[in-house]
Write a protein that binds this ligand. Structure first.
Ligand code: GLU
Length: 370
């Protein structure tokens, strides 16, 4: 029902949809999925596919068990499996006369603004020439500290960067239930979520572990990132044939429907960072000032957490640790620890060099009205 009005759609498919537990390619499913995409393309939609499966297909090729794989080995396996994955997708899309391309992303490609803009430009150029970009994390290069680790959050960041209208997470579960459907027979499907609050996270937390790769928690985190960017998201079972048609017909799925975001593209990018490097705790006076549209000054900062550099993403929290907003810091954490609580006219003297006085400039901040 919702797809008619949507122009740019990101579709994430998990490894378990491409290959089954017996390491057999799910060819029939793949064929039906590609057919669904063809329908979208004919309707003039811009499609991005975020596909997992590099490690699973690498394991298939080398006859290895995914569960026993150490991180460095899995990086090598991903490098082998990624071309298997692309070959498989290319073969299937070519049959239906559609062209695909490959984009491998590391965390920094989306978290550094300049690189995110570059990625956006590449996607736009691919749309212009009618190709369908297929995105995956660059598992062979990314190391654990600087890794998405799951394609749910990666897909949500891709949706935000490409200014997509909708992210479809095809998963091995039909949506978000009020309790774990695999344990409780009376579990009820939640069909629509308008606000992602603590309660939604609690439900997801309870059900995590029973689902495939990313788990329900990463899916809710993805919904939050999409929501901040004003992008709809739907979780639906990908295991059935024609999984996209199924979303429209059966309505067994969970839609996350955020309010329309009034933020510009840059602020959307700030709001939906997946890896804030630290936190600034601010006092009530600063909260009032920020709500009036002012920048955050050192005087209002009570405490600081994390190690970060100038320009890094940070969370802004109140004295109860409740997240109020996000921003880009104009100072490193080391500098802020020296100037916190101090008036702006003392900053130059404390630091020993001339610098600006806003710790987070209003143009680099989201979460406060105005
Ligand atoms: N990037 C991983 C792969 O291609 C999958 C990550 C995930 O399933 O979320 O194997």
């Amino acid at each position: 029902m919702y797809f008619d009005k949507l122009n740019t759609i990101v579709i994430k498919i998990g490894s378990s949809l491409i290959i089954d537990e017996k390491k057999k390619i799910r060819s029939k499913w793949l064929d039906s999925f590609v057919k669904d995409i063809q329908g979208f393309k004919k309707a003039g939609k811009r499609i991005i596919i975020v596909s997992s499966g590099a490690i699973a297909l690498g394991c298939k090729k080398l006859n290895l068990d995914k569960k026993n794989l150490k991180i460095d080995k899995s990086q090598a396996v991903a490098s082998i499996g990624q071309i298997e994955l692309m070959n498989l997708l290319k073969k299937n899309f070519s049959k239906k006369k559609m062209d695909i391309s490959q984009i491998l992303i590391t965390l920094e490609d989306t978290e550094v603004r300049r690189r995110a803009i570059n990625a956006r430009r590449t996607l736009d150029n691919l749309f212009d020439i009618g190709f369908i970009p297929v995105v995956n994390e660059n598992d062979s290069i990314a190391t654990s500290e600087i890794k998405y680790g799951d394609n749910d959050r990666l897909a949500s960041r891709v949706a935000q960067i490409s200014n997509a209208d909708c992210l479809i997470l095809l998963s091995d579960v039909g949506g978000l239930y009020n309790k774990n459907p695999k344990v409780h027979k009376d579990a009820k499907l939640i069909k629509e979520v308008k606000k992602i609050d603590e309660n939604v996270f609690k439900i997801a937390n309870k059900t995590t572990g029973e689902y495939g790769s990313g788990g329900m928690l990463t899916k809710i985190e993805a919904a939050k990132i999409c929501g901040l960017a004003g992008c709809k998201m739907v979780i639906s079972s990908g295991l059935i044939l024609n999984p996209l048609k199924h979303i429209n017909l059966s309505k067994v799925c969970t839609w996350f429907l955020p309010e329309i975001s009034k933020l510009d593209a840059r602020k959307k990018w700030i709001a939906s960072s997946v890896s804030p490097k630290g936190e600034l705790m601010i006092d009530n006076g600063a909260i009032i000032a920020l709500k009036k549209g002012k920048s955050l000054l050192a005087a209002g900062i009570k405490n600081i957490k994390g190690n970060f550099d100038k320009g890094d993403h940070i969370k802004i929290v109140d004295e109860k640790n409740f997240e109020l907003g996000r921003g880009l810091s104009s100072f490193s954490s080391e500098e802020i620890s020296k100037i916190k609580g101090q008036h702006s006219d003392k900053i130059n003297k404390i630091l020993g060099y001339k610098t600006k006085s806003e710790v987070v400039h209003k143009d680099d901040m989201v979460g406060f009205s105005k």
